[in-house]
Design a protein around this ligand. Structure first.
Ligand code: ADP
Ligand code: MG
Length: 363
């Protein structure tokens, strides 16, 4: 097990800056996820930890030991690549044994360790099968076994589930978590899938355009996003531009031409991200916090509107309500039966509870 410390890392490819001024500390035994859209620098960062790329600026440390220019084979990291990078015409045994043979282990030790790890990933019966004859999920397990067999201090996984269908993806999520616990290994997991990140991680770093916007636990990232990028990338949200307000007791306002359709925020203490020097502020309200009813509710920030769309997903119902020409609000409620569904075109009221409104700056 190791800690990983990245300080002020920048990586240039020609004039492309893939990663910019990245600072991160990953704790011993942590399941840590890099989450962000395609092209945001996740793979580049992972490869700098593995040693396949060297940073243009900055330092990589494991357990406070400088590894910045150490070659990959001397870092003791196990990596699973997005496309698995297996040898298709070799057997499962040969694929998994490869790294051990390179390390010049005795034949009997190689055999024992390969058999052990294949038991752990439940592939023992396939030990002599050619990799090209295995299913996608089984190939994924071979790739995991190959990374784990060297007993790495750090396990690096680059979008390992993106080539699997939805059902298998679910199954492999728990499988990877089980292995991480059994091996008790510091793990860095790359994904663009927010559900994967939220369900699997101890902590998440949210990336965009080569920069890390926020590091936190899944609940911190979801409930207290630091800016509009994080709020919109993780889950869904209603985002409205707001202004600071001078009137006593009211701190922020979403200013609509229609006074009854403006939204006021009076809680100046809770739920406000730091926004020093921001050009634009937003209020962010998650759809599950937005209440819709045909009768007006008690309280501030009750806006009238018209149901524009009702989307049924099975477990929940999304209702999109048009408030003004420019503003629609989305509400998500658990499915409580047909009698509770709003009808398209219905005149309704929307309630935004103030404690559920988060104030955030533009990224
Ligand atoms: P992600 O894994 O988040 O999708 P990458 O780390 O692969 O993103 O890429 C980040 C940026 O760096 C992208 O703009 C990509 O085109 C660029 N990039 C990555 N690898 C190379 C490379 N070997 N040469 C040139 N540009 C690269
Ligand atoms: Mg990538």
């Amino acid at each position: 097990m190791s800690t990983v410390n990245l300080s002020d890392i920048t990586k240039q490819f020609g004039n492309v800056t893939a990663v910019k001024g990245l600072d991160l500390v990953i704790n011993e035994g942590e399941f840590f996820t890099f989450l962000g859209p395609s092209g945001c620098g996740k793979t580049t960062t992972l490869r700098m930890i593995a040693g396949f790329y060297f940073p243009s600026i900055g330092k990589v440390k494991f357990n406070n030991q400088d590894m910045t220019s150490v070659s990959p084979e001397k870092r003791n990291t196990g990596m699973v690549f997005q496309n698995y990078a297996l040898f298709p015409h070799m057997t499962v045994f040969e694929n998994v044994a490869f790294g051990l043979k390179v390390r010049k282990l005795k034949k009997t030790d190689v055999k024992r360790r390969v058999e052990d790890v294949l038991k752990k990933v439940r592939l023992e019966p396939f030990i002599d099968r050619q990799v090209s004859q295995l299913s996608g999920g089984q190939q994924q397990r071979v790739a995991l076994a190959r990374a784990l067999v060297i007993e790495p201090d750090i396990l690096l996984l680059d979008e390992p589930l993106s080539n699997l269908d939805a059902r298998l993806r679910d199954e492999m999520r728990s499988e990877i978590l089980r292995l991480q616990r059994e091996y008790d290994i510091t793990t860095i997991y790359v994904t663009h899938d927010q559900v994967e990140a939220l369900t699997m991680s101890d902590r998440i770093a949210v990336f965009n355009l080569g920069e890390c916007h926020q590091v936190g636990t899944p609940t911190e990232i979801y409930n207290q996003p630091v800016n509009d990028f994080v709020a919109e990338f993780i889950g869904e949200t209603n985002l409205l531009p707001i202004e600071r307000h001078k009137e006593e007791g009211i701190t922020f306002i979403y200013n609509s031409n229609d006074l009854n359709k403006s939204i006021y925020v009076t809680n100046s203490e809770q739920n406000i991200a730091s926004y020093d020097g921001a050009d634009q502020l937003y209020m962010s309200v998650r759809p599950e916090a937005v209440q819709v009813d045909v009768e007006p509710m008690e309280g501030n920030n009750v806006l009238s509107g018209t149901v524009e769309l009702v989307q049924f997903t099975g477990e929940s119902v999304h209702t999109i309500v048009k408030i003004t020409e420019n503003v629609t609000l989305k509400s998500t409620e658990l499915n409580r039966g047909p009698s509770t569904y709003m009808k398209k075109g219905a005149e309704v009221y929307v309630y935004l509870p103030e404690t559920q409104i988060r104030i955030i700056p533009a990224a």
